[in-house]
Design a protein. Sequence first.
Length: 287
Amino acid sequence: ADEGPDTIRRAKHLTLPLYRPLVKQLVARPKPPPSRRCLSVVQPQGMRIHADFAVAAAVHFDAAKFIESPAAGVSRFMLDRIGEEKARATTIVRYQPNSRFPEHEHIGGEEFMVLAGTFKDQFGEFPAGTYVRNPIGSKHAPWVDEDGCTIMVKLLQMAETGEGTSPLHVDFGKTKSEQAQQTPFGSKSRLYSNEKTGEVVEALWAHADASIPADELALKGEEIFVVDGSIALDGEAFERWGWCRFPAAPPSDKRLSLKAGPVGATLYRKTGHLTEEAMRMERIKIT
């Protein structure tokens, strides 16, 4: 699920003042120590979109803002990004019907949610509502048939923690019916976790108008992507495919409570990955 080379045009993004600490009080992150597990990719003129992980950021999805890529059959809506062709990125990627891509290796890992259509590779067929995780060193040669496909993908954001190269595929509907844990706001199910990095990925299903408070996991950084339905944050609504990112913060500065919209919300939620320690562990460093 490679998004292809970048173009210079950017979609319109929002940065929300969701945290009380002043940005001026934030200090620069220290450079990671040299490690044979980390590879540095130097791109001094690289694209930077929501590249400061010490502040909150958010994006309202707009289908009119997809950017056509030089890669045939691929267009993108960028959420955050550091780098050009090789980028640490979170992106909504749309594949045109009957697209096919050569085999490629995931040098820094790849994680995505299938949002529409069906994504296919040598491991199977994955319809909308599937969570996919391709670890560092894994390979695939994906294709899309006549229904096309849209995914939300995160690239170059994994650490080498001895997981191997076998991909992970989780069906949202199946995990909801078989493994979901009931919560005051609805239910949730854990899709992936890593004790070494602190990363936790969850599916959340919130009832209409239910509040989703910040928990202990959110204090180590949190991303929320609206798979379906809508949420509101401090009165601002984020509809389907909207995205919010909150930095790691002490309990006194935790984010405001989210509220599900009038028809509820299905959410992808990732936590624990934005601490300095977790980000230092990422194998690929774009500088």
